[in-house]
Design a protein around this ligand. Structure first.
Ligand SMILES: Cc1cc2nc3c(=O)[nH]c(=O)nc-3n(C[C@H](O)[C@H](O)[C@H](O)COP(=O)(O)O)c2cc1C
Length: 573
């Protein structure tokens, strides 16, 4: 029987049981291909057991145990702190400038610009206050506002900052020096990790999915923040999770005694110069960090854990990424033909302001319609272009394809639509979905967008019902489910499971900012009924799986809430 780290044999009780042969395997003695197959089955089992369905939700706590609510801010006691300045608002860059072909003159790399990068990606954007309660909101969104994502920077030759590994302390807008070392490299790296417990505390087993969505959102937030500085972001996808953990110090057990651990997710090179910069040699920089001078002990986020949700440890373990040699350049991976430039956006807001004002909606007005051309621009901005953010950092062809529930779009009849982000996906989806779907071309749709009407229908009730009965999916201008190429993705390796969610998060972050730029508002929806979505579309197998929902519309603002600036507590207005 397969044992979890906690000694439970939970698969025996799951809705999807592993076959006996896999359960009996001793992983230490299996061949690599068997090991991978075992890991794949575990990933699949996790995915299926964490589906919500009508009348059955994935396992989660029976009640909210406020006594064990995790501290939203990680700190490393004893690590020297370097306060950063809050200078993003001084940058004279419009959101529209981020897409201008002439680009933005790159800011010099130094302590101030690193501070701006973090302020606009993982920094606090606002506090909300109601009665005696006050809570912080960040530039990056997070399921339940629980923020499992932690950010680190590795600096080498950055003016004003010594070389080292730093943890970003969001609450204080400060860097905590975790390791002083001499990296064999020059430039800036950003690493992201997840504290699964933060999400699991509220959402139980499904929380691992939400942590991955949040990483995708965080990656997007980083890309937009870098663009404001005239920088680019390169996702270093050859790195294995163990390499990243070693560089960020996440595998230093002695620094996490009594504290919730962090799972390594990704590492990015920040290209701050016009000609890009060299990637660090993995072994060289990891070995240098290992012998560096480490400081700091992680804080305990919850004094006790009512359940540690072993299914999450299993999924995390099974989807761990090994080091790979594959770092093909972006262009080669795209099978799509060259795309025309993005349509210009009519938004005069400064980019820092727009990034900080991005919020999720609590409710939509159920009335406001957006023009079809706004919808087309929003969808177009999720396509990969080598010269346009944010998908210029994504090293894979698009594997996530939105199915839209159009409710209020001027020029488009209400109905169910699909946006295929690649030609290959269009053929596969045409073959996989219900035969009676229309696949009609849409009014005034740019010819390069593979956007089709499947059904003419009022889908407001269906959209809300499928999104766990949440009215925000029906009262909006449109909502959508993201269909991921699930089986072919997993065929490349179990770790691709996490990347499918990251891609959903990256699409989601794009929708959030584009909605804000269009004068409306977006909201991520992690709670939806998985298989009922597939049934509606006639998807009979697991080739495609809906991994994330999203909704865009005109938000109703709750006047009872008071809003304060993100760093008012530091004396900043
Ligand atoms: C992965 C993910 C899933 C989410 N799921 C839901 C959801 O099901 N329902 C909802 O109302 N909001 C959802 N949200 C929105 C969050 O509640 C919101 O991001 C959080 O409260 C922080 O607020 P902000 O986005 O305004 O910063 C989700 C956000 C993310 C990133």
């Amino acid at each position: 029987m397969l044992k979890t780290a906690h000694g439970n044999s939970y698969f025996a009780h799951g809705i999807f049981q592993l076959n006996d042969a896999n359960q009996a395997m001793n992983e230490d003695q299996t061949r690599p291909e068997d090991f991978e197959m075992n890991a794949l089955n575990r990933v699949r089992a996790y995915h299926h057991r964490t589906k919500h369905g009508f009348g059955r939700y994935a396992a989660s706590p029976d009640f909210m145990d406020w006594e064990t609510q995790p501290d939203p801010f990680r700190r490393f006691a004893g690590a020297p702190q370097h306060t950063l300045t809050l200078a993003a608002d001084k940058l004279d860059v419009l959101y529209a400038d981020l897409f201008a072909p002439e680009g933005i003159v790159p800011n010099p790399l130094g302590k101030q610009s690193v501070g701006i990068l973090l302020e606009l990606s993982f920094g606090l954007a606002a506090w909300k206050q109601y009665g005696g309660d006050r809570w912080a909101l960040r530039c990056n969104p997070s399921s339940g506002n629980l923020h499992p994502t932690e950010a680190y920077v590795i600096t080498a030759g950055v003016a004003g900052l010594g070389n080292g590994v730093y943890h970003y302390a969001t609450h204080d807008h400060a860097l905590e020096l975790r390791c002083r070392f001499e990296p064999p490299f020059h430039g800036l790296l950003v690493g992201l990790s997840s504290i699964h417990w933060r999400e699991a505390w509220k959402y139980g087993e499904r929380a691992f999915r939400y942590c991955q969505h949040d990483i995708g959102h965080g990656l997007g937030a980083l890309r937009y923040a870098a663009a404001v500085l005239g920088w680019r972001v390169r996702l270093l996808d050859a790195w294995g999770d163990a390499d990243i953990a070693a560089l960020l110090g996440l595998d230093r057990q002695a620094d996490f005694i009594g504290a919730e651990t962090e799972a390594a997710d990704l590492l990015c090179l920040i290209e701050t110069g016009i000609n890009g910069c060299e990637e660090p040699d993995i072994d060289g920089i990891v070995d240098a960090a290992r012998i560096g001078a480490w400081t700091g002990k992680a804080n305990t986020l919850s004094q006790k854990h009512t359940s540690d949700w072993p299914a999450i440890d299993e999924a995390s373990e099974a989807s761990r990424k090994p080091r790979t040699s594959d770092t093909r350049p972006f262009d080669e991976r795209l099978s799509s033909t060259a795309l025309p430039p993005l349509a210009p956006i009519l938004c005069e807001l400064p980019a820092p302001e727009l990034i900080k004002q991005r919020r999720s909606a609590q409710a939509f007005d159920g009335a406001t319609a957006i023009p079809a051309k706004t919808l087309y621009r929003i969808l177009d901005s999720t396509l990969p272009r080598t010269n346009a953010l944010p998908f210029d950092l994504w090293n894979w062809p698009p594997r996530v394809h939105p199915v839209l529930f159009v409710h209020r779009v001027v020029g488009l009849p209400p109905g169910v639509y699909i946006f295929c982000r690649s030609a290959e996906a269009e053929s596969a989806l045409r073959a996989a979905m219900k035969k009676e779907f229309l696949w009609e071309s849409c009014e005034a749709c740019p010819s390069h967008l593979r956007f089709f009407r499947l059904l003419r229908v009022n889908a407001q009730q269906a959209a809300a019902t499928l999104s766990c009965q949440q009215a925000i999916a029906g009262d909006s201008a449109f909502s959508l489910g993201m269909l991921a190429e699930f089986e072919s993705g997993l065929g490349e390796g179990p770790w691709v499971y996490r990347r499918l969610f990251w891609e959903c998060g990256l699409v989601g972050q794009t929708l959030y900012l584009e909605a804000e730029a269009a004068g409306v508002r977006g909201t991520g929806i992690g709670c939806f009924f998985d298989d009922p979505v597939h049934e509606l579309l006639g998807l009979a197998d697991t080739a495609f799986q809906s991994l994330y929902h999203f909704t865009v519309g005109s938000a109703m603002v709750d006047d009872r809430l008071q809003t304060l600036p993100g760093y008012w507590h530091l004396g900043s207005q």
